[in-house]
Write a protein that binds this ligand. Sequence first.
Ligand code: SF4
Length: 124
Amino acid sequence: MTTITPPPRPAHPFFTALNYKPAAWEEQALCRRFPNESDAWTSGKGGGDDAIEICKTRCPVRQACLDAALREEDMGNLARIATIRGGLRPEERGVLIRALRAARAKVAEENAARAAAQAEEVAA
Ligand code: SF4
């Protein structure tokens, strides 16, 4: 069976008005090729499962998409929090972000303890 993928849609007028320049990987985003993308990729509107399947099995830029989502949301940019990104629902990305923050906090704690121990050695 041949899978037909629609051609890319022109940029949304909102982004055109903002003079938004998508990252290179965004040009290959498979979700941009589907009509009604915003509904299908919005997990709260009954969409989600089909979008997740497409993300995970067919999108060539899934990793870049997920990296961008985690980076943006970790920094507090929640503009697209309600959507499927990188094949994950918002709550799944939230779990990853909390794990990343916990890992960073642990490393910072270990570094501080190491620095304090070195300072004690120098002072002794
Ligand atoms: S992985 Fe990201 S870019 Fe690819 S289809 Fe899913 S949401 Fe779109």
